[in-house]
Design a protein around this ligand. Structure first.
Ligand code: PRX
Length: 653
């Protein structure tokens, strides 16, 4: 066994790197944690004054009277687009803000001054042509092109609330989100390119808008030039309208707690929830974590491979890097196309200094191109990041050695859509790292692993990852559903009798106090770092007319981390005539209802499901069966215990 596979191995920060790092050692880290502990409001208030440009100063740091509805930087006024653009113009106007590389290798560099003009024009277009006002919801359904970032920042400039829907979601999923947000505008593109071929987005929007819809206008950016249908009076060409827009648009004066965006994410029950983030607290933590966790310097080039459709794309492609005045790379393509050397070729070409990706991508790149990194000059790299799912030691080892030449820090950043930014992560110049370990809470974040009684978990004991005090970038609400907000995140675990923020993840301390995230404790699965509620997939499968019952669980997957396993009971009179056809038909329903990311890796047609006498499906047993484990749980309370063996035998065949 290599030493790295032994999780206890500790890797000290690179000394040369640490010399110039913002947080240089664990003493400095501890001093920041102590400062936050001693004077929590002073800590946050100080950073808010130092890091943000205020139109009007705030009067109170935090108003916690209606916990968990917390207000930060009360009375303050600002605009997030000003944080990300205008304030950099005096010193960075000709600096690259965004470096874009298309799937086909086309390139574009957008300076801060160009970004300013583009965003101002975009904002004027939304305001003057479409009548978008402060507080209106705008759906962005876009590929990974700079216009997606312009659209986000344009909404921020005029005070509209954007909600990005990942381009892989189906028309039905898009429609649900449009309706829930009651959006009046959709910004989209004809489509884009993937693996050198065009793919389409606009037809999906057309389908989502068929029938009753709150949407009045659709703005279409031309990207792949393919033919699309235009609906007169509803659809407008961005490329045409933008030409006539003024390059100056006064930023809307926003309260600290005015909403910035909604982002829908899966929970353990019901439909996806619209996670709401507000202006000041979110942008403050986005910037601070960029500075601390990636330690980006003025001349650095930073690349996060996420999609803007997920929270990582929001905070760590657009808002965080731009708020700190960094150069951020945006990539339209697939990391393994034309071969698994593509990211390393880009690292060499752009002299990337910080590279941030998901464990799934690392596993694919490792599997498909183990020796590819050695073909390129990766000496510019200083910090490597991972996010979205637990990383396994072999993938970590390859990332550390083959990509980072055993000299780069790996920051295993733990966070969620709801946390807005990282909450547990190594600091590259300070934290001695252990493979596959998120290490310690970031300064100012009171993250703690608690047991079900609210006591700190013992070393080696699995507990719940919680945050015991509200922090500035914490979720502010679930759009249109206050009860769901409170129930989902506050209440399951209490400390000293008071509710704490509950992440839904399990975690464990080791003997040195390091935190390892062990995965979700609820019915949410993590497929390639994408969150998927089992309830959502089940609801989609149930739409197939032959399906009587279904239970979906996660199953370990070599590349994706977790795969989706569906146990399906067909209606009694139907039977399984042709299994292959049945699977195809059900997949079609999933594609229609959610999109390709929810396709099942395994489907098993069973005569029944293990249920308690009260009718609750015992997913724990199904998870064990899917993994091929022996069933050790007590099954005597099941309505029909024999079903467990029947299903297990079916799987063995
Ligand atoms: O289960 C945790 C996992 O991803 C979930 C959050 O998913 P989402 O809101 O889509 O945001 C993904 C990007 C932040 C968490 O509840 N997760 C995230 N980061 C890690 C992780 N699991 C283990 N290690 C991580 N570093």
């Amino acid at each position: 066994m290599s030493q790295i596979e032994n999780k206890k191995q500790v890797f000290k920060p690179n000394r040369e790197f640490a010399k110039d790092a913002r947080i240089k050692n664990m003493c400095e880290y501890q001093a920041l944690q102590d400062a936050a502990n001693e004077d929590y409001e002073g800590f946050w208030g100080g950073y808010a004054k130092e890091k943000l440009e205020w139109m009007e100063p705030f009067t109170d740091v935090m108003d916690n009277k209606n916990f968990p509805f917390v207000n930060w930087f009360v009375g303050g006024k600002l605009n997030v687009s000003v944080q990300c653009i205008d304030r950099h113009l005096s010193s960075r106007k000709n600096k690259a803000a965004i470096i874009f590389e298309g799937d086909r290798g086309d390139k574009k560099i957008i300076t801060y001054l160009e970004l300013y003009y583009n965003v101002n024009q975009f904002a004027n277009l939304l305001k003057n042509e479409f009548g978008v006002k402060k507080g209106d919801r705008v759906i962005i359904y876009m590929p990974m092109i700079p216009e997606a970032a312009y659209a986000m920042l344009a909404c921020a400039r005029i005070g509209a609330i954007h909600s990005i829907v990942f381009g892989g979601f189906s028309a039905e999923a898009l429609k649900d989100r449009i309706e829930d947000a009651d959006a009046k505008v959709v910004i989209t593109a004809d489509g884009a390119f993937r693996k050198d071929k065009p793919y389409m987005l606009k037809p999906v929007v057309d389908e989502a808008l068929s029938g009753n819809t709150p949407v009045e206008k659709v703005l279409v950016v031309e990207r792949n030039g393919e033919d699309i249908t235009w609906v007169a009076g509803r659809d407008y060409s961005y490329n045409e309208l933008i030409k006539h827009q003024n390059t100056k648009c006064e930023p809307e004066v926003m309260e600290s707690e005015d909403p910035l965006f909604l982002l829908y994410t899966s929970g353990s029950t019901g439909k996806p929830k619209g996670v709401q983030h507000n202006s000041a607290g979110y942008i403050l933590w986005a910037q601070m974590t960029m500075e601390w966790v990636f330690d980006v310097k003025e001349n650095d080039t930073y690349w996060c491979t996420a999609d803007v459709g997920w929270i990582t794309g929001h905070t760590y492609i657009v808002y965080g890097p731009l708020a700190m005045g960094a150069t951020t790379v945006m990539f339209e393509g697939v990391p393994t196309y034309p071969d698994a050397g593509r990211p390393w070729k880009m690292v060499e070409e752009y002299k990337i200094n910080q590279f941030y990706t998901a464990p799934t991508a690392i596993r694919v790149l490792h599997k498909m191109g183990e020796n590819e990194p050695a073909k390129y000059d990766l000496s510019s790299l200083k910090v490597l990041g991972t996010v979205g799912e637990p990383i396994d030691p072999p993938a970590w080892k390859w990332y550390y050695e083959a990509v980072g030449s055993s000299k780069c820090a790996i920051v295993d950043t733990y966070w969620q859509t709801e946390t807005g930014g990282h909450i547990v992560s190594p600091l590259p110049g300070a934290t001695p790292i252990k493979p596959a370990c998120a290490t310690f809470p970031l300064p100012g974040i009171m993250a703690e692993i608690l047991d079900e009684h609210g006591n700190r978990a013992e070393v080696g004991e699995k507990g719940f990852m919680c945050v015991t005090r509200p922090w500035p970038s914490m979720i502010r609400g679930v759009w249109g559903d206050k009860d769901r907000f409170v129930k989902s995140y506050f209440g399951d675990v209490k400390k000293d009798g008071l509710p704490v923020y509950f992440t839904g993840d399990g975690a464990m301390y080791d003997e040195d106090g390091y935190i390892t995230i062990t995965g979700r404790t609820d019915d949410v699965i993590n497929v390639s770092g994408h969150r998927m509620g089992t309830a959502e997939v089940e609801a989609a499968i149930k739409k197939h007319p032959n399906v009587a019952e279904v239970a979906v669980v996660g199953k370990p997957h070599e590349i994706k981390g977790e795969g989706i396993f569906a146990y399906i009971v067909l209606k009694s009179d139907k039977g399984v005539a042709d299994e292959v056809e049945e699977v195809k038909a059900i997949n079609k329903v999933i594609l229609k209802e959610i999109g390709a990311i929810a396709l099942c890796d395994d489907m098993l047609f069973t005569p029944g499901l293990p249920k308690t006498r009260s009718g609750k499906i015992m997913r724990r047993i199904l998870r064990s069966i899917a993994k091929g484990e022996e069933i050790t749980q007590d099954i005597s309370t099941l309505e029909d215990p024999s079903i467990v063996q029947i299903i297990a035998n079916m799987l063995k065949k």
